[in-house]
Design a protein around this ligand. Structure first.
Ligand code: NAP
Ligand code: F7E
Length: 456
């Protein structure tokens, strides 16, 4: 039996014993007396700190009148077998943030690998989850209502699903929004991580369930070293980053205090055609497509000189999985090792849409002017800067060093180049805008208004 199989058996047996104790109204002390062990020893078995020997299993089975290696049936609250998902031979993964960019790609990746995938969703007045609509109804893909700010809902889902792996991706993930809603961001992005860790412990899964925490390059913030690796000091520079820093440290703490297999992936920016429309890359690719097709006049941005290490989200979800397949739990920087400015992203995106830009001026006066492309656009200012999109504190020099991930995970950080990433996003948005047709003009104006007024 492998270490993992043994751990899974121990967890299964511990759960059975707990269910039987509950059904019989027996205390741990009474059970300890029956099997001739101390109460502390029984407690260590039931909380997963000690494994069950063959003799212990035999004695406990006699004391409880049931073979504890098989699931008890017909029990009352907490023991109802309906709430125990049958694993079969499939590994079971639980993804928080399943409706997000990464959650949707990770679901596809794990289903492809033969996992049973469970995701948590929040109730929304719009009952359409665009990024995972194509997965809903598929065998081995299940959704559960829960919220990162609601501990009980998380415990309930974890107890029902009994996951082998938890991918904690749920977060208020927009840096600018974290300045507008700092308390909500802290609750979900910081305390939410603690809730997941505690839920796993409450369900006695801490020795079997591996946990991935979606950490971020934003931890480096006001950077103290370039490029950044696993040893670079953190200097968070937004409410989002401060909340994520708590998530990072609490994961490390639980790894050391409780010997849990929990790790953080320190992921640098990763983008895709599923990226939220107010992150800078997607805002640019959508605008380039709209401007090229005559549905928008100008793209307003903030700091054009900000530097990022942008990768493709579809490539990055593989790392989340790889991190949990290692022999020991460790944190990893995931990045391409290539850095570009927002200005360069703009140039490349407009080029893919058939427009050549030339930038001139500085700060708020900087402009991106069309110097080649459709006749009606040549000479026009297509990109301009607005103070509205500046942040109170901005992270301006992110550049990751993926050496450790390359060596230990055998991961290729350059599977998709910067140019390929921009091209695939623009191609997608050109088709989307063309498909949306005349309605776009109205929608664009509304979106611009919303973004300027609410999401700066
Ligand atoms: P995203 O598209 O914004 O998705 C965030 C997900 O979290 C959504 O499914 C959202 O659900 C869910 N969520 C938010 N608040 C929740 C709550 N209170 N309860 C339950 N679910 C909640 O983010 P992403 O780009 O996929 O990023 C995934 C994770 O990686 C996030 O933790 C992010 O902070 C982190 N990260 C991202 C990057 C990046 O470049 N993309 C880099 C480093 C780290 P709804 O659909 O209901 O809103
Ligand atoms: O900004 C600048 C902005 O919002 C990138 C999240 O996934 O990655 C993401 O956070 C840069 C910043 O991403 C506009 O000031 C200029 O310097 O696309 P972003 P982010 O803040 O890097 C990290 C790794 C995460 O963990 C987060 O969850 O672009 N910028 N003009 C602009 N940014 C936006 N959004 N809009 C602009 O108009």
């Amino acid at each position: 039996m492998t270490r993992e199989e043994k751990a899974r058996l121990n967890s299964f047996v511990a759960k059975n014993v707990n269910l039987l104790l509950e059904e019989k109204g027996m205390t741990q002390r009474e059970l300890a007396e029956k099997v001739g062990k101390s109460e502390a020893e029984v407690s260590r078995w039931l909380t997963g700190r000690n494994g069950f020997s063959k003799t212990a299993i035999a004695r406990l089975s006699v004391a409880l009148g049931h073979d504890i290696t098989t699931r008890p049936v017909g029990l009352g609250t907490g023991g109802n077998t309906d709430n125990i998902v049958k694993h079969g031979n499939r590994k079971v993964a639980l993804i928080t943030g399943v409706t997000g960019q990464d959650g949707s790609y990770l679901s596809e990746f794990l289903l492809e690998k033969g996992y049973e995938v469970h995701g948590i969703i929040r109730r929304s007045s719009v009952d359409f989850r665009e990024r995972i609509a194509h997965l809903e109804g598929r065998p081995n893909f299940h959704l559960h209502y829960a919220d990162m700010s609601d501990s009980m809902s998380i415990v309930k889902v974890i107890d029902t699903v009994r996951p082998d792996e938890v991918y904690n991706l749920a977060a208020q993930s927009h840096v600018q929004v974290s300045f507008d809603s700092p308390e909500f961001t802290a609750d979900v992005d910081a305390v939410g991580v603690l809730r997941v860790l505690e839920a796993v412990r409450a369900c006695h899964l801490e020795q079997t369930c591996r946990i991935y925490q979606a950490s971020t390059s934003e931890l480096y913030g006001k950077v103290e070293q370039v490029p950044q690796n696993e040893n670079t000091p953190f200097h968070p520079y937004s409410p989002y980053a401060v909340a994520k820093l708590y998530g990072f440290w609490i994961v490390k703490e639980y790894r050391e205090a409780y010997n849990m297999f929990c790790c953080s992936g320190i992921l640098f920016n990763h983008e895709s055609e599923r990226r939220g429309e107010t992150f800078v890359t997607r805002k640019i690719t959508l605008a380039a497509a709209r401007i090229a097709q005559g549905h928008q006049d100008c793209l307003w941005l903030g700091n054009l000189s900000s530097l990022r290490d942008w990768g493709y989200a579809k490539d990055y979800v593989e790392c989340m999985w790889l991190i949990l397949q290692q022999d020991k739990p460790e944190d990893f920087v995931i990045a391409t090792g290539v850095q570009h400015s927002v200005r360069e992203f703009c140039y490349e995106a407009f080029k893919c849409a058939g427009i050549t830009l030339e930038f001139s001026g500085e700060g708020l006066e900087e402009k991106g002017i069309c110097v080649a492309g459709p006749k009606n656009l040549v000479g026009k200012t297509l990109v301009a800067v607005s103070e509205d999109f500046y942040r109170p504190t901005d992270v301006v020099n992110l550049w990751g060093d993926p050496t450790k991930a390359k060596a230990k995970l055998k991961w290729n950080p350059n599977k998709t180049s910067f140019e390929q990433l921009v091209e695939l996003m623009v191609k997608h948005d050109m088709a989307k805008v063309a498909g949306e047709g005349a309605a776009m003009k109205v929608r664009t104006n509304l979106a611009e208004y919303l973004e300027k007024g609410i999401v700066r």
